[in-house]
Design a binder for this molecule. Structure first.
Ligand code: PLP
Ligand code: COI
Length: 341
C-alpha cells in the first residue's frame, strides 16, 4: 500500500473518487449485511423517492493522520446519533448506530492510501447518507433505501484557505420554525443554493441566516455554526432549535471550558449584539474554524476588531486545540478519537 500521488497541499473542497465505498440496502423491513464495493455509480428507478421528494439525509466527518502515523476519526458516534435523528424526522429507517461506526471504519481503512499525510493540510472527508430508492409517486415515504459511505480527500472549505471571510445577512431563510433546520437533510441545502449563488455573485463568502420566526437572532450559515468571542473574552454561540447541532461546536464548547478555561455562553444571540463582539468564526467539519472578518447587514458593515487581517487570538487558540486533539498532538477527552489503523 502506498499513498496516492495527489497534490495534497493544493486540494480544494471537491470530489475525488476513491477506491471503495460501503453500501447497505434496506428492503422488506431490514438492512442487509452491507459490503464494500468499487462501483461508484448508482442506478435508480426514474421514480425513486429521493428523486421525487428529496427523501435523503446525510452526515459529514473526517479521517486524519495523526502525528504518530495513525489514521483516526473524530467522534463518529455523534454522527451516528445525528443521522438517526435526521432519518427519524424524514421517515427513513434508522441505520443502526454501531453499524454506522463500523461502516466508517471499513470505508476509511479500505481507502487508506487516500488519507492525506500528517501536516499536509488536507484530510479525508467521509460522506455517509441514506436515500429512498423505490418508486414513489404519491407523497409518502419510500419502502426501500440505500445507506452509502464514500470518502474524498479535501483541503479547505473556503477558497483561498484560512483567510477572514465576508458574510452577508441573507434575506432568505434556511429553515422554518418547527421545520427541518436541526437535521442534516439534503432539502435544507437545496433551499440554500439560490442564496449562496447570489451571495457569491455579490462578492460574499457565505450567508448569515436569521431565525425564521422573528428575523432578529443569528442562526448559522449554509454549512457551519457560529462562534463569537465577546470583548470580555467569553465564547458565545447561538442556541436555536432550527440550527444543526454541530459536533464541532459542541466539541469547541468543551475545549473552551476544559482546555482553555474560558467562559462559554450558549444562548440566543441577537443580530444587534454583533457589533459588540471581538471575534467571529464559522465552525463545522468542513469549515473547521474559519475566521469571519466582516458581516454585512444591508449595507451596514460589522467589522470584527480581530479577524479583518488574521484570525483573532481566542479563535486561533480554539482552532489549535481542536486540531491538536484531532491530529494526536494534544490528549483527547475519553471517547473522542476512534483509531482506525
Ligand atoms: N451547520 C450546517 C448547516 C452544516 O451543514 C454543518 C456541517 O455539517 C454544520 C453546521 C457543522 O456541523 P458539524 O460540526 O457537525 O460538522
Ligand atoms: C460538513 O461540514 O460536513 C458539511 O456537511 C457541510 C457542507 C456544507 C459541506
Amino acid at each position: 500500500m502506498a499513498k496516492k500521488n495527489i497534490d495534497w497541499a493544493n486540494l480544494g473542497f471537491g470530489y475525488v473518487q476513491t477506491e471503495k465505498r460501503y453500501v447497505s440496502n434496506f428492503k422488506n423491513g431490514s438492512w442487509d449485511e452491507g459490503t464494500l464495493t468499487s462501483d461508484a455509480t448508482i442506478t435508480l428507478n426514474e421514480c425513486a423517492g429521493v428523486l421525487q421528494y428529496a427523501q435523503t439525509v446525510f452526515e459529514g466527518l473526517k479521517a486524519y493522520t495523526t502525528e504518530d502515523g495513525h489514521i483516526v476519526t473524530f467522534r463518529p458516534d455523534l454522527n451516528a446519533s445525528r443521522l438517526k435523528s435526521s432519518a427519524e424526522r424524514l421517515e427513513i429507517p434508522v441505520f443502526p448506530e454501531d453499524r454506522f461506526v463500523d461502516a466508517i471504519v471499513q470505508t476509511v481503512a479500505a481507502n487508506e492510501d487516500y488519507v492525506p499525510p500528517y501536516g499536509s493540510g488536507a484530510t479525508l472527508y467521509i460522506r455517509p447518507y441514506i436515500f429512498g430508492t423505490n418508486p414513489v409517486i404519491g407523497v409518502k415515504p419510500a419502502d426501500e433505501y440505500q445507506f452509502r459511505v464514500f470518502t474524498t480527500p479535501v483541503g479547505p472549505y473556503f477558497k483561498g484557505g484560512v483567510r477572514p471571510l465576508t458574510i452577508r445577512v441573507s434575506d432568505f431563510d434556511r429553515a422554518a420554525p418547527h421545520g427541518t433546520g436541526h437535521i442534516k437533510a439534503g432539502l435544507n441545502y437545496a433551499m440554500s443554493l439560490h442564496a449562496i449563488v447570489s451571495a457569491h455573485n455579490e462578492g460574499y463568502d457565505e450567508n448569515l441566516y436569521l431565525d425564521p420566526a422573528t428575523r432578529t437572532k443569528v442562526e448559522e450559515t449554509g454549512g457551519a455554526n457560529f462562534i463569537f468571542v465577546s470583548k470580555d473574552g467569553k465564547v458565545v454561540t447561538p442556541k436555536s432549535d432550527s440550527i444543526l447541532p454541530s459536533i464541532t461546536r459542541r466539541s469547541l464548547i468543551h475545549v473552551a471550558k476544559e482546555y482553555l478555561g474560558l467562559e462559554v455562553e450558549e444562548r440566543e444571540v441577537y443580530l444587534s449584539e454583533l457589533k459588540d463582539m471581538a471575534e467571529c468564526g464559522l465552525c463545522g467539519t468542513a469549515a473547521v474554524i474559519s475566521p469571519v472578518g466582516k458581516i454585512v447587514d444591508h449595507g451596514n458593515e460589522i467589522c470584527f476588531p480581530s479577524g479583518m487581517n488574521e484570525m483573532g487570538p481566542v479563535t486561533q487558540k480554539l482552532l489549535n486545540t481542536l486540531t491538536g486533539i484531532q491530529m494526536g498532538r494534544i490528549e483527547a477527552p475519553e471517547g473522542w478519537i476512534k483509531v482506525i489503523k
